[in-house]
Design a binder for this molecule. Structure first.
Ligand code: NAD
Length: 241
């Protein structure tokens, strides 16, 4: 029977590359996204290339719809929680609603979907959460940084909870990756951020897809609760001088 992978936010950027890579790896890839138009075009593109993908339009913050969708799916072998939001807020501008908005998709939606999927997952199942290097600390998006730090805590706790069931849970922490999301960054700050990256350039969505492919692989049997930084070395810190 074909292995099933679910990729959230797969209609754009990093998720789009992950869905492609997992389909190339031999999974039937189910892409969940709320952007119906982009979802349709990605599914058509990939099917046209002979890849085994399907799309389901869904707002991941709608817990009832998420649970209903999971009931409709066969047992999932790999779940990739990638959908997320990003925007900038000055420290004194971020209000409670900004924090709620970020937590709703970057943490609460992940917890809802993972709980529903893990209930029917067989031993050998994998969960990969897309966090961010920014969880270590970054300026001007404190609501995002905090939500991604929460996601890392969730990943570690989840690895402990699901380990006895044979399910491995890890996170990938991207640095700056060239996607539509990145364009929300102020261009001057982006240039300054890139200068801090030892490799001096933004990553590609495929760089993240490579790491996810490794973590979702059935042969990967003994890594759990870890965060893999795919950030061109930015997490090394220092000025590079
Ligand atoms: N691009 C970067 O530099 C970068 C860096 C670090 C971490 N990340 C993380 O990688 C992930 C993907 O980012 P990206 O750059 O590809 O973003 P993107 O904006 O290109 O794509 C995000 C996708 O998620 C979907 N989505 C958002 N909210 C949703 C919801 N409620 N329900 C269903 N779908 C929803 C969007 O429709 C979109 O297709 C995010 O979690 C992001 O925080 C990105």
């Amino acid at each position: 029977m074909k292995r099933i992978a679910v990729v959230t936010g797969g209609a754009s950027g990093i998720g789009k590359a992950i869905a492609r890579r997992l389909a190339e790896d031999g999974f039937h890839a189910v892409i969940l996204d709320r952007n119906a138009e982009q979802l349709k075009s990605v599914v058509n593109l990939y099917r046209g290339a002979g890849l085994d993908v399907e799309g389901r339009e869904l707002d991941l913050t709608d817990a009832t719809a998420v649970r209903r969708l999971v009931e409709d799916l066969p047992s999932v072998d790999a779940l990739v929680n990638n959908a997320g939001l990003f925007d900038e807020r000055g420290f004194f501008d971020a209000d409670p609603q900004d924090f709620r908005r970020m937590y709703e998709i970057n943490l609460v939606a992940v917890a809802t979907l993972t709980q529903a999927v893990a209930a029917g997952m067989r031993p050998g199942g994998k969960v990969v959460n897309i966090a961010s290097r920014a969880y270590l600390g970054a300026r001007n998006h404190i609501h995002y940084v905090a939500s991604k730090a929460a996601l890392v805590g969730y990943t570690r706790a989840c690895a402990m909870e699901l380990g006895p069931r044979g399910i491995l849970v890890n996170a990938v922490a991207p640095g700056l990756i060239d996607t539509p999301m990145l364009r929300a960054l102020d261009p001057e700050r982006m240039a300054a951020q890139l200068a801090l990256q030892p490799t001096g350039r933004a990553g590609r969505p495929e760089d993240i897809a490579n790491a996810v492919s490794f973590l979702a692989d059935p042969k990967m049997e003994f890594i759990t609760g870890q965060v893999i930084f795919v950030d061109g070395g930015k997490s090394l810190g220092g000025s590079g001088a």
